[in-house]
Design a protein around this ligand. Sequence first.
Ligand SMILES: C[S@@+](CC[C@H](N)C(=O)[O-])C[C@H]1O[C@@H](n2cnc3c(N)ncnc32)[C@H](O)[C@@H]1O
Length: 286
Amino acid sequence: MRGPHSGITLNSARRLLTRDFEAAGIETAALDARILVGHCTGLSAAQMIAAGTDVLTPAQFDAVTAAAKRRADGEPVDLILGYRSFWKDRFAISQDVLSPRPETEGIIEQAITLIPPAQNQGIKILELGVGSGALILSLLREYETAVATGVDISSAALEVASGNAQALGLSCDFVCSDWFENIEGRYDLIVSNPPYITDAEMMELSDEVALHDPHLALHGGVDGLDPYRTIAAQAGAYLNMGGHLILEIGYQQGADVNAILKAAGFGAVNIHKDLSGHDRIVTAAL
Ligand SMILES: C[S@@+](CC[C@H](N)C(=O)[O-])C[C@H]1O[C@@H](n2cnc3c(N)ncnc32)[C@H](O)[C@@H]1O
Protein backbone atom coordinates (compact mmCIF):
# COMPACT_ATOMS: atom_id res chain seq x y z
CA MET A 1 0.00 0.00 0.00
CA ARG A 2 1.70 3.19 -1.15
CA GLY A 3 1.02 6.91 -1.39
CA PRO A 4 -0.56 9.45 0.93
CA HIS A 5 -3.75 8.81 2.86
CA SER A 6 -6.49 9.05 0.28
CA GLY A 7 -9.79 8.13 1.88
CA ILE A 8 -9.14 4.43 1.66
CA THR A 9 -11.71 2.09 3.22
CA LEU A 10 -11.00 -0.86 5.47
CA ASN A 11 -12.08 -3.31 2.76
CA SER A 12 -9.80 -1.64 0.21
CA ALA A 13 -6.90 -1.74 2.65
CA ARG A 14 -7.41 -5.48 3.12
CA ARG A 15 -7.55 -6.01 -0.64
CA LEU A 16 -4.43 -3.92 -1.30
CA LEU A 17 -2.46 -5.66 1.43
CA THR A 18 -3.55 -9.08 0.15
CA ARG A 19 -2.38 -8.14 -3.34
CA ASP A 20 0.98 -6.81 -2.06
CA PHE A 21 1.55 -9.91 0.08
CA GLU A 22 0.68 -12.25 -2.80
CA ALA A 23 3.16 -10.36 -4.97
CA ALA A 24 5.76 -10.88 -2.23
CA GLY A 25 5.11 -14.65 -2.37
CA ILE A 26 3.39 -14.87 1.03
CA GLU A 27 1.13 -17.95 1.09
CA THR A 28 -1.15 -16.65 3.83
CA ALA A 29 -1.67 -13.26 2.14
CA ALA A 30 -5.39 -12.74 2.86
CA LEU A 31 -5.15 -13.98 6.44
CA ASP A 32 -2.13 -11.81 7.19
CA ALA A 33 -3.88 -8.78 5.65
CA ARG A 34 -6.92 -9.37 7.87
CA ILE A 35 -4.82 -9.78 11.02
CA LEU A 36 -2.68 -6.71 10.36
CA VAL A 37 -5.55 -4.41 9.39
CA GLY A 38 -7.42 -5.64 12.49
CA HIS A 39 -4.36 -5.00 14.67
CA CYS A 40 -3.81 -1.47 13.32
CA THR A 41 -7.47 -0.48 13.63
CA GLY A 42 -8.16 -2.29 16.91
CA LEU A 43 -11.09 -4.16 15.32
CA SER A 44 -11.97 -7.86 15.57
CA ALA A 45 -12.65 -9.90 12.42
CA ALA A 46 -16.41 -9.47 12.93
CA GLN A 47 -16.11 -5.73 13.55
CA MET A 48 -14.03 -5.35 10.39
CA ILE A 49 -16.81 -6.88 8.31
CA ALA A 50 -19.38 -4.50 9.79
CA ALA A 51 -17.05 -1.51 9.30
CA GLY A 52 -15.75 -2.55 5.86
CA THR A 53 -16.76 0.69 4.11
CA ASP A 54 -15.45 2.96 6.88
CA VAL A 55 -12.54 5.14 5.84
CA LEU A 56 -9.25 4.66 7.70
CA THR A 57 -8.16 7.60 9.83
CA PRO A 58 -4.76 9.09 8.89
CA ALA A 59 -3.19 7.39 11.95
CA GLN A 60 -4.70 4.03 11.01
CA PHE A 61 -3.55 4.45 7.41
CA ASP A 62 0.02 5.16 8.55
CA ALA A 63 -0.02 2.17 10.91
CA VAL A 64 -1.38 -0.17 8.22
CA THR A 65 1.17 1.11 5.69
CA ALA A 66 4.09 0.53 8.10
CA ALA A 67 2.86 -2.95 9.08
CA ALA A 68 2.29 -3.90 5.44
CA LYS A 69 5.84 -2.89 4.50
CA ARG A 70 7.32 -4.96 7.33
CA ARG A 71 5.26 -8.01 6.32
CA ALA A 72 6.04 -7.67 2.62
CA ASP A 73 9.74 -7.43 3.60
CA GLY A 74 9.40 -10.87 5.22
CA GLU A 75 8.89 -10.10 8.90
CA PRO A 76 6.60 -12.65 10.60
CA VAL A 77 3.12 -11.45 11.61
CA ASP A 78 3.76 -12.30 15.30
CA LEU A 79 6.77 -9.99 15.45
CA ILE A 80 4.81 -7.15 13.85
CA LEU A 81 2.02 -7.65 16.39
CA GLY A 82 4.59 -8.05 19.19
CA TYR A 83 2.76 -10.95 20.79
CA ARG A 84 1.69 -14.54 20.31
CA SER A 85 -1.20 -16.43 21.90
CA PHE A 86 -0.21 -19.71 23.58
CA TRP A 87 -2.30 -22.04 25.76
CA LYS A 88 -4.50 -19.61 27.73
CA ASP A 89 -2.58 -16.35 27.44
CA ARG A 90 -0.95 -13.84 25.17
CA PHE A 91 2.83 -13.47 25.43
CA ALA A 92 4.98 -10.54 24.36
CA ILE A 93 7.68 -11.61 21.92
CA SER A 94 10.68 -9.93 20.29
CA GLN A 95 13.59 -10.74 17.98
CA ASP A 96 15.32 -12.24 21.04
CA VAL A 97 12.89 -15.13 21.55
CA LEU A 98 11.28 -17.89 19.57
CA SER A 99 7.63 -17.20 18.93
CA PRO A 100 5.97 -20.07 20.86
CA ARG A 101 4.49 -22.72 18.55
CA PRO A 102 1.25 -24.63 19.12
CA GLU A 103 3.08 -28.03 19.12
CA THR A 104 4.79 -27.01 22.37
CA GLU A 105 1.40 -27.00 24.12
CA GLY A 106 1.74 -30.81 23.93
CA ILE A 107 4.23 -30.59 26.82
CA ILE A 108 1.50 -29.06 29.00
CA GLU A 109 -1.01 -31.71 27.93
CA GLN A 110 1.41 -34.50 28.88
CA ALA A 111 2.32 -32.80 32.16
CA ILE A 112 -1.26 -32.48 33.37
CA THR A 113 -1.92 -36.10 32.38
CA LEU A 114 1.12 -37.43 34.28
CA ILE A 115 0.86 -35.03 37.25
CA PRO A 116 -2.79 -33.98 37.68
CA PRO A 117 -2.65 -30.44 39.11
CA ALA A 118 -5.52 -30.91 41.60
CA GLN A 119 -3.67 -33.75 43.38
CA ASN A 120 -0.20 -32.25 43.23
CA GLN A 121 0.14 -29.10 45.30
CA GLY A 122 3.41 -27.19 45.60
CA ILE A 123 5.38 -29.17 43.03
CA LYS A 124 8.73 -27.86 41.79
CA ILE A 125 9.01 -27.25 38.05
CA LEU A 126 12.12 -26.45 36.00
CA GLU A 127 12.13 -25.34 32.37
CA LEU A 128 15.37 -25.37 30.39
CA GLY A 129 15.39 -22.75 27.61
CA VAL A 130 12.38 -20.55 28.45
CA GLY A 131 12.55 -18.08 25.54
CA SER A 132 9.42 -15.93 25.92
CA GLY A 133 8.42 -17.85 29.08
CA ALA A 134 5.22 -19.06 27.42
CA LEU A 135 5.71 -22.69 28.49
CA ILE A 136 6.78 -22.29 32.11
CA LEU A 137 4.20 -19.52 32.71
CA SER A 138 1.43 -21.62 31.14
CA LEU A 139 2.45 -24.52 33.41
CA LEU A 140 2.18 -22.11 36.36
CA ARG A 141 -1.36 -21.27 35.27
CA GLU A 142 -2.19 -25.00 35.60
CA TYR A 143 -0.12 -25.70 38.74
CA GLU A 144 -1.10 -22.60 40.70
CA THR A 145 0.83 -23.60 43.83
CA ALA A 146 3.97 -24.74 42.02
CA VAL A 147 7.42 -23.26 42.57
CA ALA A 148 8.89 -22.60 39.13
CA THR A 149 12.38 -21.95 37.82
CA GLY A 150 13.08 -20.99 34.22
CA VAL A 151 16.53 -21.13 32.65
CA ASP A 152 17.92 -19.58 29.49
CA ILE A 153 21.43 -18.90 28.25
CA SER A 154 20.17 -15.66 26.66
CA SER A 155 19.78 -12.78 29.11
CA ALA A 156 17.73 -10.91 26.47
CA ALA A 157 15.26 -13.82 26.39
CA LEU A 158 15.08 -13.86 30.19
CA GLU A 159 14.10 -10.18 30.15
CA VAL A 160 11.20 -10.97 27.80
CA ALA A 161 10.15 -13.92 30.00
CA SER A 162 10.30 -11.79 33.18
CA GLY A 163 8.17 -9.13 31.52
CA ASN A 164 5.59 -11.74 30.58
CA ALA A 165 5.55 -13.14 34.13
CA GLN A 166 5.01 -9.64 35.50
CA ALA A 167 2.24 -8.88 33.00
CA LEU A 168 0.41 -12.09 34.00
CA GLY A 169 1.01 -11.58 37.74
CA LEU A 170 2.91 -14.90 37.96
CA SER A 171 5.96 -15.59 40.08
CA CYS A 172 8.83 -17.51 38.48
CA ASP A 173 12.53 -17.53 39.29
CA PHE A 174 14.50 -16.86 36.08
CA VAL A 175 18.15 -17.92 35.96
CA CYS A 176 20.78 -17.29 33.28
CA SER A 177 22.45 -20.66 32.84
CA ASP A 178 23.95 -23.04 30.29
CA TRP A 179 21.35 -25.78 30.82
CA PHE A 180 21.85 -27.06 34.42
CA GLU A 181 25.10 -25.18 35.11
CA ASN A 182 23.66 -22.67 37.62
CA ILE A 183 20.83 -24.87 38.90
CA GLU A 184 20.61 -26.53 42.30
CA GLY A 185 18.07 -28.77 43.98
CA ARG A 186 15.60 -31.31 42.67
CA TYR A 187 12.37 -30.94 40.72
CA ASP A 188 9.17 -32.94 40.21
CA LEU A 189 8.88 -31.86 36.59
CA ILE A 190 11.62 -30.82 34.17
CA VAL A 191 10.51 -29.62 30.73
CA SER A 192 12.33 -28.36 27.69
CA ASN A 193 11.79 -27.46 24.06
CA PRO A 194 15.49 -27.19 23.22
CA PRO A 195 16.96 -26.09 19.90
CA TYR A 196 16.85 -29.21 17.69
CA ILE A 197 17.55 -28.18 14.10
CA THR A 198 20.41 -29.99 12.37
CA ASP A 199 23.22 -28.41 10.35
CA ALA A 200 21.58 -29.58 7.11
CA GLU A 201 18.14 -28.25 8.11
CA MET A 202 19.65 -24.87 9.08
CA MET A 203 20.68 -24.45 5.42
CA GLU A 204 17.09 -25.00 4.29
CA LEU A 205 15.22 -22.73 6.70
CA SER A 206 12.81 -20.24 5.18
CA ASP A 207 14.08 -16.65 5.30
CA GLU A 208 11.23 -15.86 7.66
CA VAL A 209 12.63 -18.27 10.28
CA ALA A 210 16.34 -17.85 9.47
CA LEU A 211 16.27 -14.05 9.62
CA HIS A 212 13.81 -13.52 12.46
CA ASP A 213 14.07 -16.40 14.97
CA PRO A 214 17.18 -16.29 17.18
CA HIS A 215 19.89 -18.76 16.08
CA LEU A 216 20.30 -19.83 19.74
CA ALA A 217 16.70 -21.06 19.74
CA LEU A 218 17.10 -23.16 16.60
CA HIS A 219 20.44 -24.92 16.15
CA GLY A 220 20.96 -28.16 18.08
CA GLY A 221 24.40 -29.08 16.71
CA VAL A 222 25.39 -31.15 13.68
CA ASP A 223 22.63 -33.76 14.15
CA GLY A 224 20.32 -31.52 16.21
CA LEU A 225 20.67 -33.80 19.25
CA ASP A 226 23.36 -32.06 21.35
CA PRO A 227 20.90 -30.47 23.81
CA TYR A 228 19.15 -33.85 24.36
CA ARG A 229 22.52 -35.50 25.15
CA THR A 230 23.33 -32.81 27.72
CA ILE A 231 19.87 -32.75 29.26
CA ALA A 232 19.55 -36.56 29.41
CA ALA A 233 23.00 -36.94 30.98
CA GLN A 234 22.28 -34.42 33.75
CA ALA A 235 18.52 -34.42 34.37
CA GLY A 236 18.61 -37.49 36.64
CA ALA A 237 20.59 -35.56 39.26
CA TYR A 238 17.89 -32.84 39.32
CA LEU A 239 14.72 -34.98 39.36
CA ASN A 240 12.90 -36.01 42.51
CA MET A 241 12.01 -39.68 42.89
CA GLY A 242 8.86 -40.21 40.79
CA GLY A 243 9.53 -37.03 38.83
CA HIS A 244 9.06 -36.63 35.08
CA LEU A 245 11.12 -35.24 32.22
CA ILE A 246 9.10 -33.96 29.23
CA LEU A 247 10.81 -32.80 26.03
CA GLU A 248 9.72 -31.51 22.67
CA ILE A 249 11.58 -33.11 19.75
CA GLY A 250 11.91 -32.67 16.00
CA TYR A 251 9.55 -34.98 14.14
CA GLN A 252 12.38 -37.28 12.97
CA GLN A 253 14.16 -37.48 16.32
CA GLY A 254 11.93 -39.91 18.24
CA ALA A 255 14.13 -43.00 17.89
CA ASP A 256 17.36 -41.11 18.63
CA VAL A 257 16.02 -39.28 21.68
CA ASN A 258 14.49 -42.53 22.97
CA ALA A 259 17.93 -44.18 22.72
CA ILE A 260 19.70 -41.19 24.34
CA LEU A 261 17.28 -41.18 27.30
CA LYS A 262 17.47 -44.96 27.81
CA ALA A 263 21.28 -44.89 27.66
CA ALA A 264 21.17 -42.19 30.37
CA GLY A 265 19.14 -44.49 32.63
CA PHE A 266 15.61 -43.24 31.97
CA GLY A 267 12.70 -45.67 31.81
CA ALA A 268 9.05 -45.25 30.85
CA VAL A 269 10.17 -43.40 27.73
CA ASN A 270 7.10 -42.65 25.62
CA ILE A 271 6.78 -40.70 22.41
CA HIS A 272 3.59 -38.75 21.71
CA LYS A 273 2.42 -37.45 18.37
CA ASP A 274 1.27 -33.92 17.52
CA LEU A 275 -1.95 -33.05 15.70
CA SER A 276 -0.22 -33.64 12.34
CA GLY A 277 0.63 -37.20 13.40
CA HIS A 278 4.35 -36.48 13.88
CA ASP A 279 6.46 -37.62 16.83
CA ARG A 280 6.68 -34.47 18.94
CA ILE A 281 6.74 -34.92 22.72
CA VAL A 282 8.81 -37.39 24.76
CA THR A 283 7.96 -38.25 28.36
CA ALA A 284 10.42 -40.11 30.59
CA ALA A 285 11.01 -40.98 34.22
CA LEU A 286 13.85 -42.55 36.17
C1 LIG B 1 13.38 -23.66 20.83
S1 LIG B 1 13.59 -22.31 21.97
C2 LIG B 1 12.25 -22.63 23.10
C3 LIG B 1 11.67 -21.39 23.72
C4 LIG B 1 10.39 -21.63 24.51
N1 LIG B 1 10.59 -22.55 25.60
C5 LIG B 1 9.28 -22.16 23.60
O1 LIG B 1 9.02 -23.35 23.65
O2 LIG B 1 8.71 -21.37 22.85
C6 LIG B 1 15.02 -22.86 22.87
C7 LIG B 1 15.52 -21.92 23.96
O3 LIG B 1 16.68 -22.53 24.55
C8 LIG B 1 17.63 -21.52 24.82
N2 LIG B 1 18.97 -22.16 24.88
C9 LIG B 1 19.78 -22.51 23.84
N3 LIG B 1 20.91 -23.06 24.31
C10 LIG B 1 20.82 -23.04 25.66
C11 LIG B 1 21.70 -23.48 26.69
N4 LIG B 1 22.90 -24.02 26.43
N5 LIG B 1 21.30 -23.33 27.97
C12 LIG B 1 20.09 -22.77 28.26
N6 LIG B 1 19.21 -22.34 27.31
C13 LIG B 1 19.58 -22.47 26.03
C14 LIG B 1 17.48 -20.53 23.68
O4 LIG B 1 18.00 -19.26 24.02
C15 LIG B 1 15.96 -20.55 23.46
O5 LIG B 1 15.33 -19.55 24.22
